[in-house]
Ligand binder design. Structure first.
Ligand code: 6MZ
Length: 352
């Protein structure tokens, strides 16, 4: 049932800053890609890649699903189709600004190099622009920590190259992947390089407990422009020397990307009410509500706004502010931010 609040959340213009390409598809798109792939790879036919409530044992479950998805989306057609459809899906949910992040992959059997992977995404974005779809889209090449340091270095170089080839489309990079793999602080040189190349940093930090040491090092040495999840940033044991983490995040006002349904379904939060959004909201800290993987976690951005409103008792005005303030945390130019703010102002009356 569509409640009045959900309807409001669907109507308001929104910003999506944390969406992974290979987990943000609609069921329709994924089924299409699955059917197509099953003709040559019958083993993918029965893949089920959606997470309902209570189906995960931990974050690990989500990572198992990503591996299955990668077996399906492994050629130029699928990367184009994912990007093109995802942009349309977000636009239909009144998302006006979207950053899609994805790990560029070398897939020789699918005819893809890391470079052509990103070029394919940009081709899809340009097609949507040619259709005059009312949404601004950027991409953040991802460093998947599980793929190691060598690939990280290649990814940063490539991000710079593609950013130069397509000005305005690649404002930054993402750092993601299974947080149990490798020491995140080993990637600091690549974060520094990216910054020196003019790229912004959106880094997954403290998504699981007990990785405070890498979080602190990364914060100290290569200050991110935004933090993905940050679930355990404030949950370390006092007295162990990690108070500096909170100090840096608060004093530098680093925006946090919150993904409530994803965290609930992959069991890094017990409930929406217990989500760390509440902690940071009480501090009036910069934060943005996002989906993470609307395909895998089965949530629209408007659902996430409605879930946030319900769990934390936000009224319409507060939700509007949440969405409006997110414009400031985008990795776009001041001119484009102004354009978005004007669009919000024009739409405001019709939403209330
Ligand atoms: C960390 C995540 C993630 O890059 O193939 N990814 N990394 N935490 C998460 N929380 C649930 N969700 C997705 O999209 C899939 C990849 O995004 C990262 C993982 O590296 C995953 O393989 P792309 O488009």
């Amino acid at each position: 049932m569509v409640t009045e609040m959900l309807r409001f959340c669907q109507d308001i213009p929104k910003v999506e800053l944390h969406a992974h390409l290979n987990s943000s598809f609609s069921r329709k798109t994924f089924q299409h890609l699955l059917d197509r792939k099953a003709e040559t790879k019958p083993e993918v036919k029965d893949f089920k890649v959606y997470l309902e409530d209570g189906e995960a044992e931990s974050l690990k479950t989500a990572f198992r699903l990503f591996k299955m998805i990668h077996q399906v989306c492994d050629d130029e057609y699928s990367i184009y189709k994912l990007t093109y459809d995802i942009i349309h899906d977000f636009a239909a949910d009144n998302v006006k600004y979207l950053e899609i992040r994805s790990t560029p992959k070398d897939i020789p059997q699918g005819g893809l190099t890391r470079k052509s992977y990103l070029q394919t995404m940009i081709k899809a974005i340009k097609e949507c622009e040619a259709e005059n779809l009312d949404i601004m889209v950027k991409i953040l090449p991802s460093i998947d920590r599980q793929r190691g340091l060598e690939v990280a270095e290649i990814t940063v170089k490539l991000a710079k190259e593609i950013a130069q080839e397509f000005p305005g489309y690649v404002p930054g990079i993402d750092f993601s992947g299974d947080p149990q793999f490798l020491d995140g602080s080993d990637f600091i040189p690549f974060f520094k390089q990216a910054k020196a190349d003019g790229l912004k940093l959106a880094l997954h930090l403290s998504e699981i407990p007990n990785i405070e040491a890498e979080t602190l090092e990364i914060l100290k040495q290569s200050l991110p422009d935004r933090i993905g999840h940050g679930t355990y940033l404030h949950q370390f044991k006092p007295g162990e020397g990690y108070e500096e983490i909170l100090d840096i995040v608060k004093t530098k006002q680093i925006p946090l990307e919150h993904c409530l349904t994803s965290n609930l379904k992959s069991e890094t939060t017990e409930s929406f009410e217990a989500h760390h959004f509440g902690y940071w909201y009480a501090l009036k800290h910069p934060q943005v509500v996002c989906t993470d993987g609307r395909g895998v976690f089965l949530c629209e951005l408007s659902d996430e706004y409605a879930n946030t409103a319900k769990a934390f008792n936000l009224n319409k005005e507060e939700l509007w502010d949440l969405s409006y303030r997110a414009i400031d945390y985008t990795f776009t130019s001041e001119m484009e931010k102004e354009k978005l703010k004007n669009e919000w102002s024009k739409l405001k009356n019709s939403c209330f």
